[in-house]
Design a protein around this ligand. Sequence first.
Ligand SMILES: Nc1ncnc2c1ncn2[C@@H]1O[C@H](COP(=O)(O)OP(=O)(O)OP(=O)(O)O)[C@@H](O)[C@H]1O
Length: 630
Amino acid sequence: MESPGDHKQAQSHRLPFPEPVEPRRKAQWATSAFDHSSVWRLSASIPAVLAQVFRMAWRIDRRDVIVMVGAQLTYGICSAVALTATSRAMTHILGTGTVAGRVHAALPALLAIAVAAGIGRVAHGLASWSVGRLRPRLMTAADIAVVDAMVSVELAAFNEPGFAEEHEAAEAGSLRCDRLIYDVQSFMSALIKLVAAFGVLTVLHPLMLPVLVLAVAPSGTGAMAEARIEHRTHHANSSGRNVKGMMRWYLTTTQLADEVRGNSMAPYLMFWYRTITGRMDARSLTGAARALRINLLSACAGGVCLTLAWATLAWLTITGRMSLAIAATAVLAVRAALGNLTNAVHYAASLFHSSLFLGDWKRFITSSREHYPSHGTVVVPDRPETIRVEDVSFTYPNKTRPAVDGVSLTLRRGQVVAVLGENGSGKSTLTRLLCGLYTADKGRVLWDGADLAEMDLRRVWEHTGVVTQQFGYWPLSARENITLGQPVTSGDDRVWKVVDAVGMREAAEELPDGLDTLLARELWGGVSLSGGQWQRVACGRVLYREPDVVVLDEPTSQMDAQGEHDMFRLVRTIAPDRITVVVTHRPANARVADLIVVMDQGHIVEQGTFAELVTAGGRFQRWYELGQQA
Ligand SMILES: Nc1ncnc2c1ncn2[C@@H]1O[C@H](COP(=O)(O)OP(=O)(O)OP(=O)(O)O)[C@@H](O)[C@H]1O
């Protein structure tokens, strides 16, 4: 076995860092939607994508959608008019007679071109204006939907394998909304102008149509294939992006800056970050090489087809099947059509690509509803007298052993119940089951005899106040940090009462802007608190709520001795009006409890009053004596 000395020596020789473990992906994430679709099916889906984007935009601002579509159509009509007028003008200018006479004859057509171009520009400006207005709001709507889904799903959703990846894909979808409406506008614009050019070309010579389609088909297929590669790479990188995002937060947050430095973690963490990022880049590079091959192929095929198109035009002119004037207009129309067809294909591919991200987004928003907490109809008791836990078991996904296993317990109003146990014995899980944050796999949790699983859990949580082990350092004002959950409506009297109760008066008065001070040192004008002070604020939040059921999970782990003592006295003081559960590792704190429960491997192994357990010769007594010796 390696001794600490060996370890130090290994460090001094700077052995290579171990390679980071590649994050696993849920099977369905191994393939992207592109893998199951042909280019034809992808193209056929464009109308549905357009309809979806229009529906989303319609909900945001009908007027802007109407302006965008109306302006785009006007723009298209102007293009058709300009092209037809060009054909007329060409016929006159390349016709017979004096130059003055030919120009004079072409004047009405030239005027029509100028007017159509002017109106077209205004219409295009209007379309861009409406897109500019819709774009941020579409993105905001998509973003808010994701955040709303995340705060609405039940806690258990976060334990589901794949949930984080689905969320990450939805985030990418909401970001992609930024260019979605722009893609729609560009696609519509290109398509309308294309139809106009096609119309003119068909009138000039019907043979030009198939030749044109042939000319752009290769670049269209190439663009679709490229989008397929890009989306596949994006999917392959989803887990990496997810874990990298988390790591990035850990590396850059001020909260862990001391741990990273004080433990010399930076070199390995940076190695880890570079390796994971490098692997993702490698996948992107492989994708880019494939995309290049496809691009080159489609460019070559496109070139051949285009040459064919020009050759056909030349042949029609040389053989006298088409007049020179018409041929000149045809050149313009072909150029316009080619440019617009290429744009239409490009934006259709981009639109389709965006639609895949949008599909991920939509799937997440829809599937997140399956994770919404129960909407049961059983009425939540207003001031519950008892919470009865009946033979409850709960196992986390990916775990074989239950975290809570066949637990039965009764908690009464006015009582404080203390839960003790070794790390991982199931204390936190039990407290979450009591207040409906998790739903039991087996057994029931009854509030005044009514099953929690049959209640509307959001109503249940109106009656609970919870301090978790990892509470939030909310980047809000000091006041909001206390009132969060039920914002203050009038005056600060209740807030100050709570501040006094949790021993934060002095610290609060020292804040530069009092209760208005922003508790986020990362933001200008903001300050931070110490760990223990943050914990007092978290306790204050629960106190301010005055809930019927109080759950405190190691509420004093960061407090000084006086703070801890005061907090447990406070727990006792507020107990008569509510059901209180407190998880603690210190048996001495359990003195305030009416009932003490000791857990081991998901089971309750001891329960009783402090006086009973402290002499019972079990775990509680042992831990208590250890505490006394320390
Ligand atoms: N989200 C989770 N996913 C999977 N397993 C979990 C999860 N949370 C907890 N567990 C597991 O469930 C068991 C009970 O955990 P729990 O957090 O309830 O213990 P605890 O008694 O509160 O521990 P501690 O004293 O360390 O806070 C442990 O084996 C733990 O590893």
